[in-house]
Design a protein around this ligand. Structure first.
Ligand code: ACO
Length: 171
């Protein structure tokens, strides 16, 4: 499904993810080499799941990543990081992202991960995380994240206003 997933991400995540949008990373449908390398590497980890309707893919990608502070803070050797959540714009608002994240937490539990972590870059992903019991470990308000000239680096559109690093400890 790799190529179909990349095609979906070019139409959805690459253009609509709040930080990507803020910097005008991609026109909808356009490729982005570095982002595609990240997505392909994430899929190669073999921990990604998708909802598929015919040829349309509502895709969510999960992977394990390494974050030294979290490993030390939580005294864990492995962390499952939900890295990319993407739902086709035609299918949004129907609970797919929440359901996929819920199932991903189940995958984390089945694989004996003790920590599930998300860098939630927008209001909707933050809402999903909160409703599934994740708590905000760190918050960066985009308006306060400025360059040397004192100007915000990301002009993110409302309702998205912050990046939240959110975690769930899994007993
Ligand atoms: N306006 C208001 N609320 C909304 C909207 C909207 N347009 N879209 C979703 N929500 C709310 C829902 O009401 C729901 O909250 P509730 O459970 O309290 O009712 C919550 O957000 C989740 O809704 P879902 O239907 O599960 O989310 P959806 O399937 O629409 O997918 C997603 C959300 C993945 C953020 C989608 O909008 C998307 O693909 N956006 C572009 C990519 C992106 O920004 N991904 C997240 C970046 S962070 C990361 O990847 C780790």
């Amino acid at each position: 499904m790799g190529n179909a997933v990349l095609e979906h991400l070019r139409d959805s995540f690459f253009a609509d993810e709040p930080l990507n949008k803020a910097v005008g990373l991609c026109e909808r449908g356009q490729p982005h080499a570095a982002l595609e390398r990240l997505c392909t590497a994430t899929m190669t980890d073999g921990l990604s799941i998708a909802v598929v309707d015919g040829d349309t893919i509502f895709r969510i990608l999960y992977t394990v990543s390494h974050d030294l502070d979290l490993f030390n803070t939580y005294q864990v050797e492995r962390i499952l990081e939900c890295r990319i959540i993407s739902v086709s714009d035609k299918a949004r608002g129907r609970g797919f992202a929440k359901e996929l994240m819920k199932r991903s937490i189940e995958i984390a539990r089945e694989h004996q991960f003790k920590l599930f972590k998300v860098d939630a870059t927008g209001a909707f992903s933050q809402r999903i995380c909160s409703s599934l019991g994740l708590r905000v470990l760190h918050k960066v308000r985009y308006a306060e994240y400025c360059n040397e000239a004192g100007k915000p680096v990301f002009n993110v559109l409302p309702p998205h206003d912050s990046l939240c690093v959110m975690v769930l400890e899994i007993p």
